[in-house]
Write a protein that binds this ligand. Structure first.
Ligand code: UDP
Length: 323
């Protein structure tokens, strides 16, 4: 049993991670400002005897120092996330994603705490390769387009984490999440599956951006947090970045059809230009598929829950909420 800090512990992935850590017998402190992390995410384990909640911002250095004190493992998930939020508020993205990561790393070197850094497939930018391995080039667009600020900010975090590993021997592990989905995820920040499911259940047309030929792979949050915990505890994983997600690709157009079928809706999808959703000059990533060899080699398994199963879980949860 370890003492763990989860920054962003009230968020979508953070709350699932917290729940899994508590279930495994760990003591968990979550630090969250509840900006994108809804209080509702904690309902399943609110009041748990081994859970401590710190409400505030990771940009507050006093709170950060208090949160880190006495911990054995730090899971750093707090960040400005979601392409839409990032496009709307680039200053907050940069400030939230870079400075607190450095402060946390610096605090962690005193006691050499194990450190998991949540990163993202956005760091690959628009690399045109079919499948991305972790040592692939990062290919970003112009700085005049705010969308790239997100991937760049997390790439800086990765550079920082690896530098602290090399210079101070800090046991860091980096996880690059690829389209993580599951119960409790909300669609306000642009995430495609909760948006599609909400529309289909309401009997409204699903809104597919552009022609829907863009490709993604969706992983169940339950398997993603299992991978995060195992990697963080594994000495073999130290000092490396890992793709974490599913490697089964699907186009967004096919996804829209599948969601419609699973949710029992026959309303046809509506195709809208990117500019209607994200404003002018938006550039999407056409294809995002991870190579999971490193993850599989290190853990001996990779996420395999099928998309139909994931969608059924999400649809069932939304139906329960509607009752
Ligand atoms: N998307 C869509 N309709 C929506 C929301 C998203 O067609 O209502 C598309 C979006 O343009 C992208 C894909 O679905 O190509 C995945 O979007 P999401 O924001 O979930 O993840 P990311 O773009 O980070 O992969």
């Amino acid at each position: 049993m370890s003492k763990c800090l989860v920054t962003g512990g009230a968020g979508f992935i953070g709350s699932h991670l917290t729940e899994a850590l508590l279930a495994a017998g760990h003591e968990v402190t979550i630090l969250d400002n509840f900006s994108t992390g809804a209080t509702g995410n904690l309902v399943a384990f609110e009041g748990h005897a081994r859970l401590r909640k710190l409400v505030g911002s990771i940009t507050d250095p006093v709170l950060l120092a208090e949160a880190v004190r006495g911990q054995e493992i730090i899971f750093h998930l707090a960040a400005a996330v979601g392409v839409k939020l990032v496009a709307d508020d680039p200053v907050r993205t940069i400030e939230t994603n870079i400075y607190p990561t450095e402060s946390l790393l610096r605090l962690a070197i005193n006691n050499k705490q194990r450190f998991f850094l949540a990163s993202t497939s956005e760091v690959y930018g628009k690399n045109p390769k079919e499948r991305w391995t972790e040592d692939e080039d990062l290919v970003f667009g112009a700085t005049s387009k705010p969308r790239w600020a997100y991937g760049c900010s997390k790439a800086i975090d990765e550079f920082l984490a690896l530098a602290y590993h090399r210079s101070y021997g800090l046991p860091v592990v980096i996880g690059r999440f690829f389209n993580v989905v599951g119960p409790r995820q909300v669609g306000h920040y642009g995430m495609v599956i909760p948006r599609f499911v909400d529309r289909a259940l309401a009997g409204e047309p699903i809104t597919v951006y552009d022609d829907g030929s863009q490709v993604r792979c969706f992983a169940h949050v339950r398997e993603v947090v299992k991978a995060v915990i195992e990697l963080t505890l594994s000495p073999k994983a130290e000092g490396q970045a890992f793709n974490i997600g599913s490697d089964q690709p699907i186009s967004i157009r096919e996804l829209a059809e599948l969601v419609g079928r699973r949710a029992g809706s026959s309303v046809p999808a509506r195709f809208v230009p990117y500019s209607d959703a994200y404003g002018p000059d938006f550039e999407d990533i056409q294809r995002r598929v991870p190579d999971l060899s490193r993850l599989e080699r290190t853990l001996g398994w990779k996420p395999k829950i099928e998309l139909t199963q994931i969608l059924d879980d999400i649809i069932a949860e939304k139906r329960r909420e509607q009752r």
